[in-house]
Design a binder for this molecule. Sequence first.
Ligand SMILES: C/C=C(\C)C(=O)SCCNC(=O)CCNC(=O)[C@H](O)C(C)(C)COP(=O)(O)OP(=O)(O)OC[C@H]1O[C@@H](n2cnc3c(N)ncnc32)[C@H](O)[C@@H]1OP(=O)(O)O
Length: 715
Amino acid sequence: MAQYSRISGSVGLITLKNPPVNALSAAVRQGIVDTVEKALCDPQVKSVVICGQDGVFCGGADVKEFEKSMSGPPLIPMIHSIECATKPMVAAIEGSALGGGLELALGCHYRIAHSKARLGLPEVTLGLLPAAGGSQRLPRLIGVPAALDLITTGRHVTAAEALQLGIVDQVTDHKTVDAAVKFALSVAGKPLDARRISTYPCPVVTDLDALFEDVMQKVRQSARGAIAPIACVQAVRAAATLPYTRGMEREKELMATLFTSGQARALQYNFFAQRAVGKWRMPSGARWDTSTPRPVHKVAVIGLGTMGRGIAVALAQAGLPVVTVEAQEKQLMEAKRVMSDMLKRGAKRRGVAPPLDKISYSSNIQDLADVDLVIEAVFEDMDLKKKVFLQLSAVCKPGTLLCTNTSGLDVDQLASQTRNPELVVGMHFFAPAHVMKLLEVVYGPRSSPQAVATAMQLGKKMGKISVAVGNCRGFVGNRMLKLYTEQASFLLEEGATPDLVDRAIEEFGFPMGVFRMSDLSGLDIGWRVRKEMKLAVPGQSARIREGRRYSPLGDLLCEQGRFGQKTGRGWYRYNKPGDRVAHSDPWLHHFLEEYRAQHGLVARRIDQQEILERCLYPMINEGFRILQDGIAAGPEDIDVIYVFGYGWPRHCGGPMFYASMVGLEKVLERLEHYYQAHPDVPYLQPCSLLRRLVAIGSPPVQKWREVIKNLHSQL
Ligand SMILES: C/C=C(\C)C(=O)SCCNC(=O)CCNC(=O)[C@H](O)C(C)(C)COP(=O)(O)OP(=O)(O)OC[C@H]1O[C@@H](n2cnc3c(N)ncnc32)[C@H](O)[C@@H]1OP(=O)(O)O
């Protein structure tokens, strides 16, 4: 709703009220229409201020209403009538003015923002475009190139940048509403014709065609199949080339296609999924809102390889004092140099001083006696990690949380080395740890809710999207990934090439295909794990191991020293070791032919559809098993992990959402088909949760938690 009052004698004050972000629900829109009319009819009122309650102007349209049929007054005429008003309308922007919120402000004649406010048109991130006139007014106000940047990226700008761009007229450090009221008094009675943005001509751009061609090419490249950024460019082009009313028609037309698209549904699902994962719960019933985190004032990172360095930098950037420990003096010095550079580069980008003094460097584990939380990031070797946990348990003060950055080893085995296993959790970061947004917080059977709450809170402080998951080999992300990479190798055995598989995966929307990714991470990492598990045995090329199908292709490449980018050879060839540009490698194609001949395999033609189904559906099936096992609390957890940690295209929602879009029946049918064709691959057998969901009519993904709960209660 919206509340109306009159202040300072002649200023009508309209306050949007819809906590927590004053989203423009049907009731709020109705409230705005009613209160604007009231203000305009009140003869005492000479100017009007629109603000939001509780320090937030407006978070935009109410996204929850998008699924329902439209009710209440539409936004476009509402904003139009504000712009046409004969009394000055002033937006007082505190907190956020986003999407429809900023479009409402652009309909006003003046905009006053608090210095801490953030403004933007993030509709593109929800699969939409600013279709309440934003795509037509913003280019007229700030010019085409700047508007294209904001609208196609959806990025939020600070009040200072908004002032520089010309989006706002004034920035204040004081009470925004007071400043806006003062401003409204000063402009009362002044002519408004020059303040109506829709009447502005779009600033002229020299060589408009070249500009749009260039932008469209860049947007197509970065969109990876997403349609909204393209529509955003088209809408801005309409602003630059058409009169306002015709531009508005084009905006409406483009929006109509986006609004009902599967991509918009996926992105909106993802928006709420990101928020849902913060409301974690454990199978024990412990949950986010009943578990109190422990205070964390000082942290430590032990092991300064690539991961440890990234984690320590991310902690320091979050403002925490960090003690880093690396046993080898040479490695410690090298880490200090590299980390200082990382901090300096990050600080330069953000325009702040590098927090170099936040990190101290030591080769002595005894220096961890007074820290509140330790993140172990030593080499991925269980025996070594066990030793470290034993030492940490002896050195650290009672109550210190001991976390491991293992990417898949048993967190509970590490906990068993310590005096307080309830204070042990996994904090699985993704490389590069100071950049990647995802953090898997892994609770073992003995981890306390308080330990989970502490790790989740620390992740938030570091700016990560943290997902709490149970303990199993590979946790959620890597457990699913293993099947994806294995299927990709099977496809090579059957006739595909790395180029063919990668092209299909990249066209689906992943930033990098499976083999390009493997070359980047290094083939030797998985090889070492497989050797430890006695799966990979040098010199052996058997295709059935431990009673199931096994592809030794990766092992055979490693035996030849082909570890990927770092050695200049892997699934592809590189001009020199460390190079990033992958070239198709005739040697590899010949090697595959010989391998097939040696094993009596006849290469067949494999199409894109099969590649996607073979790589993605087994992962999805494993996702259902993860839900069934209670390792993830809901499909949102899996989807957020895949979007933020593994490059799953956001406009496809995540693997579990994607399955619901494809149709669970179809996924089930294809898995049955592939399991029949490959009975030596047990994980292709459809999971019983998937069967159950199909049996009850494939409910939408938002209802799966209920089905899982019922399933668990029946066990
Ligand atoms: C056509 C389309 C038009 C005209 C549009 O306007 S589309 C919407 C465009 N707006 C956005 O994309 C903004 C989305 N919101 C945010 O970016 C952030 O929520 C925020 C910056 C406004 C505030 O961030 P923060 O303080 O961290 O809070 P949360 O993100 O956790 O959000 C709090 C709860 O509010 C719910 N929320 C937020 N925005 C909306 C919205 N536009 N519609 C409906 N609900 C919204 C969010 O889901 C959180 O809910 P709970 O998890 O607490 O239940």
